[in-house]
Design a protein around this ligand. Structure first.
Ligand code: PLP
Length: 421
C-alpha cells in the first residue's frame, strides 16, 4: 500500500496534487511519500517484534539525505556499500553503531574511514578483504567487528542481474568453506567475529529461497559455535520483492517474512539484522513525466515522454515493468489504446513499455511511473547531457525539493579544460 491515490480523478501524493508539484518543479521529477516510507519501515520493524533486531535500510535503493533522515528518525540502521554511502549515512545523522558495511570490494580507504567514524560491523565478502580489514584495524589500533557473508548456493528465482546467492555469483564465500574461513578470521589480530551475513538477491517474490538460506545459516551458527566462535548476530540481508504490476502480483508480506525469520533462527538467541531496500523505498516513490509528443508510427503509436532511460534505467537494464498511469484519470468507460512509451534518448533501448494499454493521451498530459522509488534516482545519469532530475518529498500537505535540478552551466562547469587547449 502507498499514499499515491486518486481523489476525484486527480492523482495525489498524500495530501498534495501531483499536478501542482509538476507546475512548480517542472517535469520530469521523482516524488516520494514520507508516510509510505515510514509505513514500510515500521512493517519490517514490527515483523521482528520479540526478537532483538535492527532494520538496516539498504540505502543504495534511494539515498537522498532527506530519505535517510526520515528513516533514521524512526530508528533505522543503514546498510552501506561504499565509502560514499557511509559518508551520506553519517551526514544524515546515523550513528556509526547503526551502520553495517557490505559490498565485495571495500578499499583500504573505505575501511579506514569507517573504522575511524565508527561502524557496527563489516560484512566481509572474501579472505583477501578479511585480511585487509584486519591490517587496517591493527594500523589504527582498533578491532573491527565483522560477520562473514556466506553464499548458501540457493536459487533466488529472480532476474539474473540481481541474483546473488548462487555459487556462480561473485558474492560471499561458499558456505561449505565457512568453518575454515571463520577459523582464519578468529586468528587475525584486527578482527572480532560477531556473526554471519547472507543476502541472496533482490526482488524475491517467493519466501522459499529465504527459508532455504536461513536454515543453512541456522545450521552454520550451531557448527561455528561448536568450533568455539561467539556468534551473536545474524545479518539476513534484504531482497523482499514488491508488486510492480498491481494487477497480477502479490509478493509476500513483511509479516510473513518476519514469521519465517523467527521460525528459522529465533531459537538461536542472536540479534537479527535485515537489510531491506526496495520494499521500503520502491512503492514510496513515483516518477512524474510529461508527454512531449504523440507520434503515429506504422501499426503503433508512440508516447514520447520527457523522462528517459537516463532517469529510470530499470526497464532497459532489467526488462522491468512499471505501471504508468495518467495523473488526471480518464473518464470511466473511455476506450484505451496501445502505446509504445519511450523517452527522447537516441537509442531504441530507451523504451519504457511496448503496446501498453492507456487511455488516450495528448501532448502536455502528465503521467506517473509507479514503484519508481527504489533503484530509480540513484541509478540515473546525465547521458545525453540531460540534467539529473529533481527529487521531491511530500509529507501530508507539504512538499519540498530535496535535490534540485542542476543548470546546464553547473553541468558544463564540472569539466575542466587542460592548459594546452
Ligand atoms: C542490494 C542489497 C540489499 C537490498 O536489497 P533489496 O532488494 O533492495 O531489499 C541488501 N543487502 C545487500 C548486501 C545488498 O547488496
Amino acid at each position: 500500500m502507498d499514499h499515491f491515490l486518486y481523489r476525484d480523478g486527480v492523482l495525489f501524493a498524500e495530501d498534495v496534487a501531483v499536478a501542482e508539484i509538476a507546475a512548480s518543479v517542472k517535469t520530469p521529477f521523482y516524488l516520494y511519500s514520507t508516510a509510505t516510507l515510514e509505513r514500510h519501515f515500521r512493517l519490517f520493524d514490527e515483523a521482528l517484534d520479540g526478537l532483538p533486531h535492527l532494520v538496516c535500510y539498504a540505502m543504495k535503493a534511494a539515498s537522498n539525505q532527506a530519505i535517510l533522515k526520515t528513516l533514521a528518525g524512526l530508528g533505522a540502521g543503514m546498510d552501506v556499500v561504499s565509502g560514499g554511502e557511509y559518508a551520506r549515512a553519517v551526514a544524515a545523522g546515523v550513528p556509526g553503531e547503526r551502520i553495517v558495511f557490505s559490498g565485495v570490494g571495500k578499499t583500504q580507504d573505505e575501511i579506514r574511514a569507517a573504522l575511524q567514524g565508527g561502524i557496527r560491523q563489516f560484512n566481509v565478502e572474501s579472505e583477501p578483504e578479511m585480511r585487509a580489514i584486519s591490517e587496517v584495524a591493527v594500523s589504527l589500533g582498533v578491532v573491527a567487528p565483522i560477520t562473514i557473508r556466506v553464499n548458501p548456493d540457493v536459487d533466488a528465482k529472480t532476474h539474473a542481474k540481481i541474483a546473488t546467492g548462487k555459487s556462480e555469483n561473485k558474492f560471499g564465500i561458499p558456505i561449505a568453506r565457512a568453518r575454515e574461513v571463520y577459523a582464519e578470521a578468529a586468528a587475525l589480530p584486527g578482527l572480532k567475529v560477531v556473526g554471519i551475513d547472507v543476502h541472496i538477491g533482490s526482488q524475491l517474490t517467493d519466501l522459499a529461497p529465504f527459508e532455504l538460506a536461513y536454515q543453512k545459516v541456522a545450521e552454520l551458527t550451531e557448527a561455528l559455535r561448536a568450533d568455539g566462535h561467539e556468534i551473536t548476530r545474524l545479518d539476513l540481508g534484504g531482497g523482499l520483492g514488491i508488486p510492480y504490476a498491481r494487477s497480477n502480483e502479490a509478493p509476500p508480506l513483511p509479516t510473513d517474512y518476519g514469521a519465517l525469520i523467527k521460525r528459522c533462527v529465533g531459537h538461536l538467541g542472536c540479534e537479527v539484522e535485515i537489510e531491506p531496500g526496495r520494499l521500503i523505498a520502491g512503492n514510496a516513490g513515483i516518477l512524474v513525466s510529461q508527454v512531449i509528443y504523440v507520434k503515429s508510427g506504422e501499426g503503433r503509436d508512440f508516447l514520447i515522454l520527457d523522462a528517459a532511460m537516463n532517469d529510470l534505467i530499470r526497464p532497459a537494464m532489467y526488462e522491468a515493468h512499471h505501471d504508468i498511469v495518467p495523473v488526471i484519470e480518464a473518464d470511466a468507460g473511455v476506450e484505451q489504446a496501445a502505446y509504445d512509451i519511450v523517452g527522447p534518448v537516441c537509442e531504441s533501448g530507451d523504451t519504457f513499455a511496448k503496446g501498453r494499454m492507456m487511455p488516450p493521451l495528448a501532448a502536455g498530459d502528465l503521467v506517473a511511473f509507479r514503484s519508481a522509488g527504489a533503484y530509480g534516482a540513484v541509478m540515473s545519469s546525465e547521458y545525453n547531457t540531460r540534467p539529473l532530475i529533481p527529487e521531491v518529498l511530500v509529507q501530508g500537505d507539504q512538499y519540498a525539493v530535496i535535490r534540485a535540478r542542476p543548470t546546464f552551466d553547473e553541468i558544463i562547469n564540472r569539466d575542466t579544460i587542460p592548459a594546452w587547449l
